[in-house]
Design a protein around this ligand. Structure first.
Ligand SMILES: NC(=O)c1ccc[n+]([C@@H]2O[C@H](COP(=O)([O-])OP(=O)(O)OC[C@H]3O[C@@H](n4cnc5c(N)ncnc54)[C@H](O)[C@@H]3O)[C@@H](O)[C@H]2O)c1
Ligand SMILES: [Zn+2]
Ligand SMILES: [Zn+2]
Length: 362
């Protein structure tokens, strides 16, 4: 029997979201239905509502979630009803040309549920990032569910499902930060603060946080920044160089999605250093660099998809570090809210007041 539950839906471009009844089918082959316990509000949800990602309205929003598996399709063996899981938006296929070469973190054929969730009148919904977890229940591909230690707090570990994993992985996996490295993180929202936390976990000795907003710089200090640069008043490249013995940082992480900031990250980097771009650009953005600088500085420029994570490998490990008190995920949860409060949470996010508002479902 399909379930009728509440869900936060963007019905049309630019219109406020509404809480409506949605229909969640029973799981078919390769699928799972998850009872959502918590789901963070991410910029990407707002981009969907604004029509910035695609025109496939109506969207069922929400994608940074944790919950309990309620039912699985007949052939599903990786998770079972009752499992506590964090949802991911890159279910690794295991069989594409990237997976076959042992690079599942780049999987070129990630997948979602086959069946559609719908509005009460049967209109198919497009779930945000193939998840749609601002809802009491959601239908996903079984591979989007990663079982983790059930003693963890859903509000905190659900955030590993998107922005926090992207930031941690930008430092630990894409940037390969190592003991004694210097790291500069440009933009300290949820993603950038997670990159700061990841740099600390990886043993960086200098961690420089750069942002235009003094509140974000203060938060970044809490996650482990050893110095901060106020980009609204300072020459960012000169400031990062001054904080690294005049050399620049070994790893510079762009966590804004802005070509000017990427250029700063490029020039604030030491010779043979690494630039990681985790901020998502819009299609109109361009960068223009002298080719001699690209060559002459050496090193690596690396885009980071989802922090180059492999959910089945990384989520349980990060949840364990959280439970041991070595990774502070609780501080990313600025407030907990209800399903009716998503629109207000978008406003607070735009005013820069929160790292993450998290919808809690009871
Ligand atoms: N690559 C991925 O897989 C992935 C996953 C999730 C999110 N993201 C992207 O990461 C980016 C950051 O996400 P977020 O949730 O942290 O957003 P956010 O809006 O919370 O944070 C952005 C931060 O950048 C700061 N900022 C803006 N302009 C700046 C400038 N010129 N110099 C310095 N700081 C500046 C803002 O003050 C803010 O603190 C977004 O582009 C998001 O789409 C990427
Ligand atoms: Zn694959
Ligand atoms: Zn997200």
């Amino acid at each position: 029997m399909a379930s009728e539950v509440r869900g936060v839906v963007a019905l049309a471009e630019g219109r406020p979201v509404s809480v409506v009844t949605i229909v969640v089918p029973d799981p078919g082959p390769g699928e799972a239905v998850v009872r959502v316990q918590a789901c963070g509000v991410c910029h990407t949800d707002l981009h969907y509502r604004e029509g910035g990602i695609s025109d496939d309205f109506p969207f069922l929003l929400g994608h940074e979630a944790a919950g309990v598996v309620e039912a699985v399709g007949p052939d599903v063996t990786t998770v079972a009803p009752g499992d506590f899981v964090v949802l991911n938006w890159r279910a690794v296929c295991g069989n594409c040309r990237s997976c076959r070469r042992g690079r599942p973190q780049y999987c070129f054929a990630t997948h979602n549920a086959t069946q559609k969730m719908t509005l009460a009148d049967g209109t198919p919904l497009s779930p945000a990032l193939g998840i749609g977890a601002f809802a009491d229940k959601t239908l996903v591909a079984a591979g989007q569910c990663t079982k983790v230690d059930p003693s963890a707090r859903p509000e905190a570990v659900g955030l590993l499902g998107c922005g926090v994993m992207a930031g941690l992985g930008a430092a630990m996996l894409t940037g390969e930060v190592g003991t004694g490295d210097s790291v500069a993180v440009f933009g300290c929202g949820g993603v950038g603060c997670a990159a700061v936390a990841g740099a600390r976990l990886a043993g960086a000795s200098t961690i420089i946080a750069v942002d235009l907003d003094a509140r974000k710089l203060e938060l970044a200090r809490g996650f482990g920044a050893t110095a901060v640069v106020d980009a609204s008043t300072e020459d960012v490249v000169a400031a990062v160089q001054a904080l690294t013995g005049g050399n620049g940082a070994d790893v510079c992480i762009e966590a804004v999605g802005n070509p000017k900031v990427l250029e700063q990250a490029f020039y604030a980097r030491d010779l043979a250093g690494t630039v990681v771009q985790v901020g998502v650009p819009t299609p109109d953005m361009r960068i223009d660099l002298p080719m001699i600088d690209f060559f002459g500085r050496g090193g690596q420029l690396k885009p980071s998809w989802y922090g180059d994570c492999v959910p089945s490998r990384d989520f349980p490990m990060l949840v364990d570090l959280y439970l041991q008190g070595r990774l502070d995920l609780d501080s990313f949860v600025s407030e907990t809210i209800g399903l009716d409060d998503v629109e207000e949470a978008f406003d607070r996010m735009e005013r820069g007041e929160v790292l993450r508002s998290v919808v809690v479902l009871r």
